[in-house]
Design a protein. Sequence first.
Length: 239
Amino acid sequence: MYQQHNNSMRSICITFALGILLTGCVKTEGTQKIKGKVIDEFTKLQIPGREIIVQGLLESNKKLVPVDAGHFLTDSSGYFIYSLKKVKDARYYNFCLVGDSDYASITNQISLFQLKKNAKYLFFSLSKLVDLTINIKKISKTPVRDTLYLSWESNKVDFRALYPCKIDNYDITDNSFGLMPGFGLRWIGGNIYSTVKTKVFADKITILHWELIRNKNRKEITDTIRCKREIAHIVNFKY
C-alpha cells in the first residue's frame, strides 16, 4: 500500500530544490517505464495537466534523503506514461503531486518492489479544495484589550500546511495582528473587523479553533463544519 502524506506547495518546492542540488552526485541504473493516472478521489474522474515530481530516497545518517529522479505531467485525459530514472541504492521513491487552488498537494511513498509490480497500473488520487471565508468582528466595547486567537485544521491537516490564507483587516486603529507560532492567527485590540480567506478540503471535516482572552479569563470555542464541493462557505464570528 502507498503511504500518503499531505504537504504544502511550499514544502514540495523546497524538497524538489534539494533534489535538484543533489542530482549531480546521484548514480542511476537504467530506467523503469511507468503508466498510470491521477483522479479526483470523490468523482473518480481523471485530472489533466497535473505535475508529478519523483524523488529517489537514499539513506544517509539513518535518514532518507530525497534526490531528483524526474518529473512529468498527466496528459489531457489525466493519464501518464514515463520512463523513470532508477536511482542507484534507492529502495523507496516519493511521487509528489503538486497542488494548486483546485487540489491539495500530496506525496505518495512507494517501495521499489511496489513500483516494479504495479508499473503499468499506478494511480493517484487528489483531494478537492473549496473556498472558506472567515469574518471576524468585535462588537463588545469593553474591555479594550481583548486577545483573540484563531487556527483551523481540515481533515486533520493544520492550516499552515494546507493552503495560504489572505487576511484583510478593516477599520482597525488600535490592534496588533500577527501569526503566532504554535497558536495561529492573533488579534489584539478594541476595533477588530477582519476577513480571512483560505481553502479547505471539500466534503471533509474542518474544525475552527477560537481562543478569547478577556479580563485575564480564557474561553475556548470550537466550530466544526463540512464544506461542500463547488460552494463558497462563509463563517461569521462576533465577540
